[in-house]
Design a binder for this molecule. Structure first.
Ligand code: ATP
Ligand code: MG
Ligand code: MN
Length: 473
């Protein structure tokens, strides 16, 4: 009905398009060419418009793209990389990325009961936020104590209760719905009991105690310093350290003067992070994230004109304030994209914008057996100094090759449980996902998606908007 359509789309806009039913697409695929649209108009009133604006239905029109790709690589020489899930014919003539994006005939839907969080909608602010934050205390505590297994079950519980209970929309867990929640995957006996306690008393005794415990408070504080992991945090605690002052005194005494510029020793990094702590604990507003991105992009394009980038991380998931800034970038030309990170860093350093580089790794050969690295992307974890007021900000710069751009964007958008589940979902169908590509395990064939949507398509997942990937507390 027109009324219903108008809830989603302006009528005048609708009249400038060929709005058709999904049958048009199915039949066009079945017959291997674009069918005339008039017979498939979404509404009788739109039949004329559908006819007028229908893509030309000769096979020639398929080869003459009218689709403006969202892909940042408008090079007509981009080669087509075979996807194992694409059944439609592939014409070697036109570059595949110029065709309309693939629309799976059966689009999987987001489902709140799905096992993997990458098939569910996880909004930024959960209606069950205080329960999520409570579970996060235990998750952090388990991480700090080195109990990864237990940490993982709390991470899963958070991703689970952070969203919807039994509808497509987030709902608060109430006493009447508790049994439904408790039936969901990854909500075991212990967590069920905690949910009951929470519903009855509004808090969970074990968690409230943990929040106040000296050990938890100190370990959390230590681990908030960039470079201090759980193992180091526990060592420091065992040596009797408790406060920030203790930490400063310890590192002051233990290590010589702070080095200027690049450092690769962990201890030196900790020292730097301690010195910059007052700046680095501050969160970064969206405006500031955008301003820093824009400055960095100017420098990037001075190094190599024509670069493209995406702000990823928490910013992309809609967080109003981020702990750091994550930027994925590339150049459409593979040769120009190589070594871009090193060149950019050199420039940012000499202009005084980057004061420290915590970690600079570059491409290594693609190695399907590698385990030590998250991915083989060239990246620099830096400290950036704002030119106006000299505030220090953490900026992660990730340089992808054009082929790995979209997996890098997905891999660096997060959240953490979303990423973990994405890997599991890929594994379940014989693929390996990481930020530097998707590998088919059977024959180690590497698949490079040509859009963010295609990453999801290849793994057989429904599209999840970045703002619905907030699986963490
Ligand atoms: P915030 O920065 O506000 O704390 P965030 O979600 O941006 O939130 P980050 O630690 O910046 O957190 O991580 C951003 C994303 O990048 C996450 O999805 C994480 O999985 C991914 N990521 C972080 N570090 C690495 C790494 N070394 N290799 C691969 N991926 C990483
Ligand atoms: Mg971040
Ligand atoms: Mn980061």
């Amino acid at each position: 009905m027109r009324k219903r359509l108008e809830r989603h789309l302006d009528w005048n806009l609708a009249k400038r398009k060929a709005l058709v039913t999904p049958e048009w697409l199915r039949d066009s695929v079945a017959q291997d060419h674009l069918l005339p649209c008039a017979d498939y108009a979404a509404l009788p009133d739109l039949k004329e418009a559908a006819e007028k604006h229908c893509p030309r239905s000769t096979s020639q029109s398929i080869q003459t793209p009218s689709y403006k790709p969202s892909s940042p690589f408008p090079s007509p020489h981009t080669s087509f990389i075979e996807s194992p899930f694409r059944t439609a014919h592939v014409n070697p003539g036109p570059p595949a990325f110029l065709l309309p994006p693939p629309v799976p005939l059966l689009t999987p839907k987001l489902d709140h009961t799905a096992r993997f969080s990458c098939s569910r909608a996880s909004p930024l602010i959960s209606v069950n936020q205080s329960l999520c934050s409570a579970f996060d205390v235990l998750r952090c505590s388990r991480v700090l104590e080195g109990n990864e297994r237990s940490a993982l079950s709390y991470a899963r519980a958070i991703a689970r209760v952070s969203l919807t209970v039994n509808s497509a929309f987030p709902r608060k867990i109430t006493a009447s719905e508790r049994s439904e929640v408790q039936k969901l995957p990854f909500i075991g006996a212990k967590i069920s009991k905690m949910i009951d306690e929470y519903l009855f008393y509004g808090e969970i005794a074990e968690i409230e105690e943990k929040r106040k415990s000296e050990r938890f408070v100190s370990l959390s504080l230590f681990a908030s310093i960039y470079g201090i992991g759980p193992v180091t945090a526990r060592k420091l605690y065992d040596r009797g350290l408790r406060t920030l002052r203790d930490l400063e005194a310890y590192y002051e005494a233990d290590i010589g003067p702070a080095p200027i510029g690049q450092s690769d020793s962990t201890e030196m990094n900790i020292r730097i992070a301690l010195e910059l702590r007052d700046d680095l604990v501050q969160t970064i507003s969206r405006d500031e994230v955008e301003a820093i991105h824009s400055t960095i992009l100017d420098h990037l394009n001075a190094v190599e004109p024509g670069c493209v980038s995406t702000l990823v991380g928490g910013y992309r998931r809609g967080k109003p304030a981020s702990n750091d800034i994550d930027i994925v970038f590339t150049h459409p030309n593979t040769t120009s994209a190589k070594g871009l990170c090193t060149r950019l860093i050199a420039r940012l350093r000499s202009s005084g914008l980057v004061t420290h580089v915590m970690h600079l790794s570059s491409f290594h050969e693609y190695n399907t057996l590698r385990t030590a690295h998250w991915d083989s992307l060239e990246k620099a974890l830096t400290v950036y100094r704002t030119p106006n007021d000299g505030q220090h900000r953490r900026v992660d710069l990730i340089c992808a090759l054009p082929d790995t751009y979209w997996t890098a964007v997905v891999g660096w958008t997060g959240g953490t449980t979303f990423e973990r589940d994405l890997r599991s979902a890929a594994k379940a169908i014989g693929l390996k996902f990481d930020s530097s590509g998707i590998t088919r395990r059977r024959d180690s064939k590497i698949i490079y998606p040509r859009s963010e949507k295609e990453v999801f398509d290849i793994i057989g997942l429904p599209w999840v908007d970045p703002t619905l990937r907030n699986t963490d507390a």
